[in-house]
Design a protein around this ligand. Structure first.
Ligand code: CA2
Length: 144
């Protein structure tokens, strides 16, 4: 049966491609979604790709994933560094989680070096731009 991947994106990622291109690259979130859909199709995975600027909405989607997804790929954006709520929701879901960041958070300000999500993820990819999402999908395909 086709396995389902939920790909979540946190706050401000809807602005990709418009500003901060030297940090996050020139691709828009729609470009990244297209890359994810193409990669999932090649690997016979179904792809549910979402973005929210609201912590509670992300928590609701993670909770729903208990019934509707087989794995989660998440770029929690700034919530990576602040959200115990997203950490708790991901822990409770009991599905493989891969964390992705476009930028290398370890080369940036110290406040970005810690992520509350990393300890509940099977793996973390950062600094590879949009390619990180493709690699995360390939990893999930192998894990599943
Ligand atoms: O590198 C990443 O993917 C981040 O998750 C992106 C977050 C940042 O808070 C994390 O530390 C690392 C920020 C996403 C905001 O994206 C923007 C894009 C264009 C213009 C403004 C913000």
């Amino acid at each position: 049966m086709t396995k389902r991947v939920l790909i979540l994106n946190g706050p401000n990622l809807n602005l990709l491609g418009s500003r901060e291109k030297s940090i996050y690259g020139g691709k828009t979130l729609a470009d990244i979604e297209a890359l994810c859909r193409e990669t999932c199709e090649t690997l016979d995975l179904s792809c549910d790709f979402r973005q929210s600027n609201h912590e509670g909405e992300l928590v609701d989607w993670i909770q729903s994933a208990r019934k509707t997804a087989d794995a989660i790929i998440i770029n929690p954006a700034a919530y990576s560094h602040t959200s115990l709520a997203i950490h708790d929701a991901l822990r409770a879901v009991d599905k493989p989680v891969v964390e992705v960041h476009l930028s290398n958070i370890h080369q940036r300000e110290p406040v970005r070096h810690h992520s509350y999500v990393s300890s509940v993820a099977v793996g973390v990819i950062c600094g590879l731009g949009a390619t990180g999402y493709k690699l995360a999908i390939e990893a999930v395909a192998e894990i599943l």
